[in-house]
Design a protein around this ligand. Structure first.
Ligand code: NAD
Ligand code: TDX
Length: 348
């Protein structure tokens, strides 16, 4: 089987590519990635020489290029993760999100439709987010039946792409699958997102920006548990099906940051409470969703997936990874990152 995995140089994509290359030596894995600011081939150094792995640099918004790639490679499946993924950037530049997340997804769907000609065995798997469901109040959880209600340009673009994927199943009979996952954390996470940004800032004794009062709640999942869920769903789901993925692991942002500060105190040999002094409450994110919580009962009961790692243990492993991979962090935080950071955090 030949699988195109899009966005394989990014955070989650690199974990998915690594898992598939290592677990299925009989599969050919093609990593298709534009290498935007978020894409980094250093994420895949350990597997880049494997005979069942190829990297192709390319842009999913370029329809003719995608057609040519399908013609040349004749893939048997697509696992689609390439996206603009950061909510704050979507607030500044919504059109980039429409182009990559909606137009890019439709380009891939068109190529799959025209090349696969209704062959039911060929699967198009779209990796999506819980943010399409909107925001929860203090109670309740998102299930696969929850109505879509996106609030940010990012989640609106992901909702749009999910709708197109379902439309290609219903209209053209494409063998599609969608999974909607909660917030991931782990190694190789770009330091614009809360956890790696906080680790980077604490390490460098810089303010740790917490939006609003830090009361928003996110449901965190170890990225390797997400990659394992994708593997299981890719191989076992019925055509047209949807699964929610999440770890039943809700944290208020401020509680998470306090936990992270105490882990960092211990790892850096600082006095308890030292890192927490860096916490700085800043202007809230526009349209900031209050709470996400995923009900993954369907995935657990039908396909037997369960999360493997406790959050405290996973967070500690994540901190260890960032502290032992300082070069990775220094490389991705030089240059354009500095411009982004100044712009993003200056007005708050
Ligand atoms: P990321 O930003 O770390 O990586 C995105 C990758 O896509 C990068 O390698 C980038 O170079 C590539 N890319 C971007 N635009 C492209 C284009 N036009 N053509 C080709 N490649 C392009 O993102 P991530 O956090 O790893 O998220 C991966 C996927 O999972 C996304 O679809 C995201 O919506 C979804 N998701 C993420 C989370 C999370 O917590 N990070 C949770 C649920 C779902
Ligand atoms: O500096 C910050 N301070 C802060 O308080 C940042 C960057 C974030 N936050 C808050 C906003 C959120 O409530 O922390 C929470 C997590 O923020 P992000 O790491 O930006 O993630 P989120 O907006 O929840 O979206 C993530 O999870 C779902 C991913 O970026 C998405 O791609 C995914 O779909």
């Amino acid at each position: 089987m030949k699988i195109i995995i899009t966005g394989g140089a990014g955070f989650i994509g690199s974990h998915v590519v690594r898992r598939f290359v290592n677990t299925y030596p009989q599969y050919q894995i093609i990593n298709l990635d534009k290498l935007t600011y978020a894409g980094n081939l250093a994420n895949l150094k350990d597997i880049e020489d494997r005979p069942n792995y190829t990297f192709v640099k390319g842009d999913i918004t370029d329809g003719p290029f995608i057609e040519t790639l399908f013609e040349r490679e004749q893939p048997d499946a697509v696992i689609h993760l390439a996206a603009e993924s950061h909510v704050d950037r979507s607030i500044s530049n919504p059109l980039d999100f429409v182009l990559t997340n909606v137009v890019g997804t439709v380009n891939l769907l068109n190529a799959a439709r025209s090349h696969w000609k209704g062959e039911g065995s060929k699967r198009f798997y779209h990796v999506s987010t819980d943010e399409v469901y909107g925001a929860l109040g203090e109670t309740g959880m998102f299930t696969e039946e929850t109505k879509y209600d996106p609030h940010s340009p990012y989640s609106a673009s992901k909702a749009g792409s999910d709708h197109f994927v379902r439309a290609y199943h219903d209209t053209y009979g494409l063998n599609t699958v969608i999974s909607n996952c909660s917030n991931n954390y782990g190694s190789h996470h770009f330091p614009e997102k809360l956890i790696p940004l906080a680790i980077h800032n604490i390490k460098n004794n810089k303010p740790v920006p917490v939006y609003g009062k830090g009361e928003n709640i996110r449901d965190w999942l170890w990225v390797e548990d997400h990659a394992r869920a994708i593997d299981i769903i890719f191989h076992q789901a019925k055509a047209g099906d949807t699964y929610n993925i999440g770890g039943h692991n809700e944290w208020k942002n401020i509680d998470l940051i306090n936990l992270l500060c105490s882990i960092m105190d211990r790892k850096l040999g600082r006095a308890e409470g030292e890192s927490a002094k860096l916490i700085t409450f800043v202007k809230d994110r526009a349209g900031h969703d209050l709470r996400y919580a995923i009900d993954s009962t369907k995935l657990q009961q039908e396909l037997g997936w369960v999360p493997s790692l406790q959050f405290e243990e996973g967070l500690e492993k994540t901190v260890d990874w960032y502290l032992t991979n300082e070069d990775w962090l220094e490389n991705v935080t030089s240059g354009a990152y500095q411009d982004y950071y100044k712009k993003q955090y200056s007005y708050r």
